[in-house]
Design a protein around this ligand. Structure first.
Ligand SMILES: Nc1ncnc2c1ncn2[C@@H]1O[C@H](COP(=O)(O)OP(=O)(O)O)[C@@H](O)[C@H]1O
Ligand SMILES: [Mg+2]
Length: 257
């Protein structure tokens, strides 16, 4: 298992196509997510944003095209193997287990708990204890960063929509990603928490994380993204900085439909 260093990691897609029966969801889509930057993906409903994200994260396979993580071709790798190469996603619909505590949700996300537990049989007790101690330490550190420490032992079901999004982000960070794919992180989040979420995401970039984000909230896209890709009808319409792409007449037209 090799986790690439953040300095050379970038995610790239070349000529991705995907269809559902007669519907061409994506048509020869190419994009680059530069290392250490935040790349946004926007576009009107049905443009293909979720489909592209599913291909990048590994929950779907393209009909044609390639996806590279750094120099590694991951096009056919399942999601958990991409995670080992440093690529981790969050979901638009959070997947917290409501009946478990906030802390337990984080511990469950740790790699030591994500597969089968057979390794415990072979690893000595000291190794198991050490791994669990490290996971606990990491979980507490992340809870402090997303300001959920006071709620660590509350059931996750009691969190607000925004707090659940922060917990979802912390769960992804338990996997120590180099590249984070964020699927509508601001959806259903109150304005006050959106600000906190954005400053946290900017901090993560500062620390060297590479981030790609699908988001409907244009203020969030404007404040976070170095580069924005605009999808429309399954194709990349244009890409560039937020001000430039949103001033593009073709983009305005695509949104007006
Ligand atoms: N599982 C699916 N089955 C059939 N059609 C789908 C499926 N997922 C997406 N589509 C179609 O693919 C196109 C792109 O959808 P999607 O990627 O969800 O767009 P967006 O996320 O930008 O709204 C749409 O026409 C949508 O109806
Ligand atoms: Mg979508």
């Amino acid at each position: 298992m090799s986790v690439p260093s953040t300095s050379d990691v970038a995610l790239s897609a070349a000529q991705l196509s995907l269809s559902f029966g007669g519907v061409q969801a994506l048509q020869q889509v190419s994009l680059t997510v530069p290392a250490g930057q935040i790349t946004g993906i926007i576009g009107p409903n049905g443009a293909g944003k979720s489909s592209l994200f599913n291909l990048l994260a590994g929950s779907m396979r393209p009909d044609a095209g390639q996806i590279h993580l750094g120099s590694v071709d991951v096009t056919r790798l399942p999601m958990h193997q991409r995670a080992r190469h440093g690529l981790v996603r969050t979901f638009q619909i959070v997947r917290e287990l409501d009946s478990l505590s906030v802390l337990e949700n984080l511990l469950l996300a740790h790699p030591a708990h994500s597969g089968d537990q057979l390794w415990r049989v072979f690893a000595g007790r000291a190794v198991v204890r050490r791994t669990e101690a490290l996971a606990l330490e990491r979980a507490h550190a992340l809870l402090a960063r997303v300001r959920l420490t006071a709620l660590a032992n509350h059931s996750a079901g009691a969190l607000s929509g925004g707090q659940k999004k922060l917990l979802e982000l912390a769960r992804a960070l338990m996997l120590s990603p180099a590249i984070l794919l964020l699927d509508e992180p601001a959806a259903g989040v109150s304005p006050a928490l959106i600000e906190e979420l954005c400053s946290f995401i900017l901090q993560l970039r500062q620390e060297g994380l590479t981030i790609a984000i699908v988001e409907h909230n244009m203020d969030v896209i404007a404040s976070l993204c170095d580069t924005v890709y605009v999808l429309a009808e399954g194709c990349v319409l244009t890409h560039g900085d937020f001000a430039t792409v949103t001033a593009d007449a073709r983009v305005v037209q695509a949104y007006l439909g």
